[in-house]
Design a protein around this ligand. Structure first.
Ligand code: NAP
Length: 283
């Protein structure tokens, strides 16, 4: 590192095990860019504003933002992209000559691996489990890129989900129905099923999956946002049922590619990054 090295960082809480430093440093190294990516753990949400003011003073070139600060950072930014404004959530910040600009690359990153199936999704019913930040990005992506007939949102607390959705400023651009996850029989007819809960993550309820395996069938695309393990219990069940599967690693790489381009103006060397990431996860 020299005084010319551009610093990028992840802003979050308890993010010691994030793959973002590996992804971006592998890309910087592959391209020989004088850049370095590090992690800032902020335990107190009250300090997020101070951190961003400090970042301007120090000339930090950009941030990724993760749980639980994707919404917290919004009031401290100078501008928001249209997508970030549409769900009031930011996962990427660019420091453009002292102005902090917030973007949301989760939306495009989520949509990317579904795009080859776009024609078969348009006009069909799709479903999501969970109503947190990742689900909101997926809802926005569905309505922006796929025009489904209906989006079914399965949650454990319907009232809480309703409030979260209203706060996010969801624009009703696709008809959305919030349902209790206790009764997802209707899911058998859905073209896409997305797990946007942490269920299935290593250390989170072991082999639990958010729905009854009997409801999985070959007509579905099953997309698990969880990427650790790569072969999640839900993806294993979906493969057994003959469904098409998409791993959360595709979204992880897709959102990182878009952030990398916003920061550097060039494309991320995706194959080198994928190789480094898979090696790390498999270890
Ligand atoms: P979040 O804001 O904390 O939301 C989590 C959602 O899951 C909430 O609706 C929560 O419901 C629900 N939930 C939690 N535990 C559950 C359980 N045991 N059973 C049923 N529902 C449960 O988190 P997020 O940012 O949306 O992320 C969700 C998942 O997606 C995480 O595993 C995250 O790692 C993953 N993700 C992956 C990518 C990627 O690039 N692949 C990107 C973003 C997120 P309550 O409100 O009732 O607690």
């Amino acid at each position: 590192m020299t005084t010319a090295t551009k610093i990028f960082a992840l802003l979050g809480r308890s993010v010691d095990y994030s793959y973002s430093p590996l992804i971006h440093n592998a890309a910087f190294q592959e391209l020989g860019l004088p850049c370095h990516y590090t992690v800032f753990n902020i335990s107190d949400p009250e300090l997020v504003g101070d951190a961003l003011r400090g970042a301007k003073a120090l000339g930090i070139a950009g941030f990724s933002v993760t749980i639980p600060y994707k919404k917290t950072v919004v009031p401290y930014l100078d501008e928001l992209s249209e997508e970030a404004a549409s769900i009031q959530a930011v996962n990427t910040i660019v420091n453009k000559r002292g102005k902090l600009i917030g973007y949301n690359t989760d939306i495009g990153g989520f949509a990317a691996p579904l795009l080859p199936y776009r024609e078969s999704i348009t006009g069909q019913t799709v479903s999501l489990f969970g109503a947190g930040g990742a689900a909101l990005a997926a809802i926005k992506a569905f309505s922006q890129f796929f025009s489904p007939k209906e989006i079914l949102l399965f949650v454990r607390d319907t009232e809480k989900a309703r409030i979260q959705l209203a706060e996010s400023g969801y624009d009703n651009s696709a008809p959305l129905t919030i349902l209790s996850q206790e009764s997802p029989e209707i899911i058998a007819g859905c073209r896409v099923i997305v797990n946007a809960t942490p269920l299935g993550t290593i250390g989170n309820k072991g082999s639990a999956i958010p729905l009854d395996r009997q409801l999985l069938n070959p007509g579905q695309i099953v997309y698990d946002m969880v990427y650790n393990p790569l072969d999640t219990p839900l993806l294993q069940a979906a493969q057994l049922a003959g469904a098409t599967t998409i791993s959360g690693i595709e979204m992880l790489i897709g959102q990182a590619e878009r952030a990398f381009t916003l920061w550097t103006g060039i494309s991320m060397p995706t194959s080198a990054v994928r190789k480094a990431l898979l090696q790390e996860i498999e270890q």
